[in-house]
Design a protein around this ligand. Structure first.
Ligand code: SF4
Length: 291
């Protein structure tokens, strides 16, 4: 299991832009991928993280001649407008599945649907989708602007109950972060439907996300290694699935981090987050085979 389609597309787009050269600086909007080893290579080849530069205060206001690569998680419409107004050219690597969610959020908001967005509150993809929904209320069609980000069934029930008290006839819709596990998404939908039986449920989950395969792998193995960056939500979720199922599991970024005690387990499974490159997975697999 290596890069998913969306992350591979973003990384390929970055390398194509770097190899072609643009005569100006090449930025990504946030870390292009949650994998420190791949990020380091891209950085050495000339890719700069615009958000990181902004934190250190060294980004020029004028981005004329620069190319900004939008990563697979996407960005808000306001951020896109800001980059264009500062003269940047955009290379949009927003994953098509994420883009579909952004456009769906906008369309639902334009039709005055109150949106429940299931996902991680601080995740860039969620922030981007939410921004599409909220900004739709300012468009010519007007429309609803409420978009509640919820992370689980309990929170969904509380939020739906609160909304029901003030707007029992609201038209509601549910959208999810692409990597949301399907069982959690459906339990969120069930809670909202207790108050709003006509809830529109959008099929926004990504089947490339490897959670399902992880559950099957846990059933066949004695211990698990999850290969991927610690900053990747997707990789951490895979580790969480294994731990919830009671499997001894470790998250490693490289083969050098394999715990020695893994050799005690007769059958070891190897899984990887959506942004883990094949060469890292191969290195870990070879090291496991040697053990
Ligand atoms: S996990 Fe799915 S939605 Fe997310 S970037 Fe990869 S392909 Fe796109």
């Amino acid at each position: 299991m290596g890069f998913c389609m969306g992350v591979r597309r973003a990384v390929d787009m970055a390398w194509a832009t770097l190899n072609r050269g643009t005569g100006g600086r090449i930025y990504s909007m946030g870390p292009l991928i949650h994998n420190p080893q791949v990020l380091e290579k891209l950085k050495r080849a000339g890719l700069t993280d615009l958000e990181e530069e902004a934190v250190s205060g060294s980004v020029p206001g004028d981005l004329n001649g620069s190319v900004v690569i939008i990563r697979a998680h996407g960005i808000s419409p306001e951020c896109e407008e800001d980059l264009l107004s500062r003269g940047a050219s955009l290379a949009d690597a927003t994953c098509p599945k994420v883009k579909a969610g952004q456009l769906k959020a906008r369309a639902l908001a334009e039709y005055a649907r109150t949106i429940f967005l299931a996902g991680e509150k601080d995740h860039a993809e969620v922030a981007g989708i939410r921004a599409y929904a909220v900004s739709a209320g300012r468009g010519p069609a007007g429309g609803g602007t409420e978009c509640f980000v919820i992370s689980g069934a309990e929170e969904a029930r509380e939020q739906a109950e609160r909304l029901f008290r003030k707007a029992p006839h609201a038209k509601t819709a549910l959208l999810g972060q692409t990597t949301m596990p399907e069982d959690i998404y459906l339990s969120i939908a069930g809670e909202i439907r207790r108050y709003y039986p006509n809830l529109t449920i959008v099929d926004s989950l990504c089947r490339s996300a490897p959670q399902k395969a992880m559950q099957e792998l846990c059933g066949k193995t004695d211990a698990l290694i999850v290969a991927g960056g610690r900053s990747s939500a997707n990789t951490r979720r895979l580790l969480g699935i294994a731990q919830e199922l009671g499997k001894p599991a470790w998250l490693v970024e490289t083969a050098a981090e394999l715990p020695p005690e893994i050799a005690r387990y007769p059958v070891v499974g190897l899984s990887a987050g959506a942004s883990t490159p094949d060469e890292i997975i191969d290195g870990i697999e070879n090291a496991l085979l040697k053990l």
